[in-house]
Design a protein around this ligand. Structure first.
Ligand code: GCU
Length: 675
């Protein structure tokens, strides 16, 4: 699984338009390192897929040639007179053309990085079984910053990482550049990711010291040809810890000077450094509020230090305080909404998709649409902290699609979260999407073969937030396994059902945060062991003998009124709240009558059971593919699905038993008791 979706195994049949009796002619400029990366990838990819290494050529002299480059750097490309105006930066076109009487394919961008992206797209076409004739496609990213956030610590551990240790080998950097770094960059470039935050948001200030900056610079050097910039998580109190100052007050002139000097120092070694990611005044991290300053004061200080170099600040909105126990999900909005318009132009506010914390299902965060003067960057979690870690097969595409397509109604119907994030709704050009990485030293990078799909889907959605999760899964399955429908289609079916299955066996009907407190693995709805109330499951389900659910309506915490009026009205009313969010917004008696006619209790049990049944079905589907997938990847997935089934049953049985200990209700008629 090390090759990810870039396997390039020989295709069963040559794609139409490519004559494999001879090597493909590749007409490519060899200018910049990025141009070399593009032609190198095509050599590698076509060599693998077609079984013949392409022949580099200065001109088209045979049928089926590939011409790649920019009009500015390649006379052959310029001679095609293609209209590239709409491609912007990083965009590309792929077009079937005729040159010197020979049919050929042109992959063209305005910049080399666009050509690199186009080259990966061309390879994807072949990998997914597309013909190489009649091509005429154009694409460009809809979001500017497409970033992986590594929660990697300098000691090599990864917070919420389930795929081994950190791939950054700080001990051997900068002297040794592990080839993995290049593979990492290739994989990211293939899906359009153009930034990486190397270290955990719970940041160690040492990463900002000269010795580490040299290591960071070495990584930046590996990533640069692939269009990827490095960013760092900055600890707000670094001026004290590594600067020897007495304060980190953002309005203190010495502190401001310290950050300016630090930025200058960073840009001396990394001229294209991206900027800082900051977690401040959240879960014990230092921040401007320690000095009675606002989040805007803190973010703007860093933004001012980075601005002369073109750097940006990604300031996180994930904040909640143990002193405010009313409703944790309301706090980010309450703190940040009043600051709309107070941030510098080079600050993005990075908001988790839901108001709580990367649950299997949450409604979208009410901040989306509520801060029109501030670019809001999406933060998704690729690593499955609350979704069964590495062994549960849960494809996150449908979760992310659901959030991106949700309608904020901020400017009337159609004001989707995707339009907030890609800048369309409020006219922002600085836009971004971040994904908390699921990458580690495991041979398969992500802890399981299917977790690679989540990395893949994140990149594709960051490039274009309107893409469909199913189409992305389809490409991934074909590239990762085989373009053969008989294999790819059942795999896509499993993937598309997997997220709802996990919601059902873990937290159905809008329940949330019922995982074991702290580690977040396995069911523990009874848990109240942690010192902070808002870290314990019992805070979230509010169940007792009479009923279950968190009342966030106007009669309860009134979280509903953080949404635009039509959304607030929808969630405030029991009638219009979708079942999927029912217990997120409403506290209801166990015998409440659902739309289905069943009682809430019966419906809940039905969902748990459905989740388990779906996993059984996934196992059966996978079993039917035995012999059609290489033995190693087949066996790993089969073993993991067996674990998942056991644990889905554990979730179902433990949850049902716990609710029964409160409500003393019998199992619904017809419910098959656990085997
Ligand atoms: C979650 C997660 C933490 C992480 C935090 C964050 O609470 O459990 O490990 O640090 O999110 O996003 O900052």
């Amino acid at each position: 699984g090390h090759d990810l979706w870039l396997r390039y195994h020989a295709l069963a049949a040559a794609p139409a338009g490519i004559d494999t009796r001879q090597a493909v002619q590749l007409v490519a400029g060899q200018g910049s390192p990025t141009a070399k990366a593009a032609s190198g990838e095509l050599v590698r990819g076509l060599g693998g897929l077609l079984g013949k290494t392409p022949e580099l050529s200065g001109t088209v002299s045979r049928d089926g040639a590939l011409i790649i480059g920019t009009p500015a750097s390649s006379p052959v490309v310029a001679g095609l007179h293609l209209d590239t105006r709409e491609l912007g930066r990083e965009g590309y076109l792929i077009k079937s053309v005729v040159v010197n009487g020979h049919p050929a394919t042109a992959i063209v961008g305005n910049d080399d990085i666009g050509v690199l992206y186009g080259s990966f797209r061309f390879l994807r076409l072949l990998q997914t079984g597309h013909p190489a004739t009649g091509l005429d496609l154009r694409d460009r990213p809809q979001v500017k910053l497409r970033v992986l956030d590594h929660w990697d610590n300098l000691d090599g551990s990864v917070e919420r990482g389930y795929a081994g240790a950190s791939i950054w080998d700080w001990w051997k950097l900068p002297g040794y550049l592990d080839p993995r770094y290049t593979d990492y960059a290739r994989a990211n470039a293939s899906i359009g990711i153009n930034g990486t935050v190397l270290n955990n948001v719970n940041a160690d200030p040492l990463v900002l010291t000269p010795a580490y900056l040299k290591k960071v610079a070495a990584l930046a050097g590996v990533f640069r040809p692939w269009g990827i910039r490095v960013y760092l998580s900055a600890r707000f109190s670094a001026p004290i810890e590594i600067g020897g100052l007495k304060t980190a007050d953002p309005l203190d002139p010495a502190v401001r000077q310290w950050w300016r000097d630090k930025a200058d120092e960073i840009y001396r070694v990394i001229p294209d450094f991206g900027g800082f990611l900051v977690k401040a005044n959240s879960e014990g991290q230092p921040g401007p509020q320690d000095y009675h300053r606002t989040h805007a004061d803190g973010a703007n200080m860093l933004a001012d230090a980075l601005a002369p170099h073109g750097g940006i600040v990604m300031w996180r909105a994930f904040v909640y305080s143990e002193h405010d126990l009313d409703d944790r999900t309301k706090q980010a909005y309450n703190e940040f909404k009043p600051l709309d318009g107070a941030f510098r132009d080079n600050v993005l506010l990075q908001v988790k998709n839901g108001p709580l914390d990367f649950q299997p299902r949450e409604p979208f965060s009410p901040l989306f649409g509520a801060m029109p003067k501030t670019p809001l960057m999406m933060e998704f979690q690729i690593t499955k902290e609350y979704l069964g870690f590495a062994t549960h097969l849960v494809y996150l595409g449908p979760l992310w699609e659901e959030v991106l397509r949700a309608d904020t109604y901020a400017k009337g119907k159609g004001s989707t979260v995707a339009k907030v994030v890609d800048g369309q709704l409020d006219g922002h050009t600085l836009t971004g999407m971040a994904g908390v990485a699921n990458i580690g030293t495991d041979r398969d990078w992500s802890g399981s073969v299917f977790d690679q799909a989540n990395w893949y889907a994140f990149g594709r959605l960051a490039w274009d937030p309107t893409q469909s999760a199913r189409a992305i899964a389809d490409d991934w399955a074909r590239m990762t396994f085989t373009p053969d429908d008989a294999v790819a289609k059942p795999i896509v079916g499993m993937m598309m059902a997997s997220r709802e299955a996990a919601v059902d066996y873990m937290t159905p009907l809008g329940l949330a945060h019922l995982m074991g407190a702290g580690h977040h693995y396995g069911p523990a709805p009874w848990d109240d062991s942690l010192p902070r109330a808002d870290w314990n499951p019992v805070y979230y389900h509010r169940a007792d003998k009479n009923g279950i659910g968190f009342d966030r309506t106007r009669k309860g915490s009134d979280a509903v009124d953080q949404y635009a009026p039509p959304v607030a009205a929808e969630f405030n009313s029991l009638k219009s709240t979708p079942d999927a969010y029912l217990l997120w917004f409403h506290h209801l008696p166990w015998d409440y009558r659902m739309r289905s006619g069943r009682t809430l209790w019966d419906e809940l049990v039905m969902h748990y059971s459905h989740g388990v049944d779906e996993v059984k079905q996934m196992r059966a589907t996978w079993k039917s593919l035995d012999g059609r997938i290489d033995a190693q990847r087949y066996a790993q997935t089969a073993a993991f699905l067996a674990i998942q089934q056991n644990e889905a049953q554990w979730w179902r049985d433990a949850s049902i038993a716990y609710w029964q200990s409160l409500n003393h209700l019998p199992l619904p008629a017809g419910y098959a008791p656990p085997a």
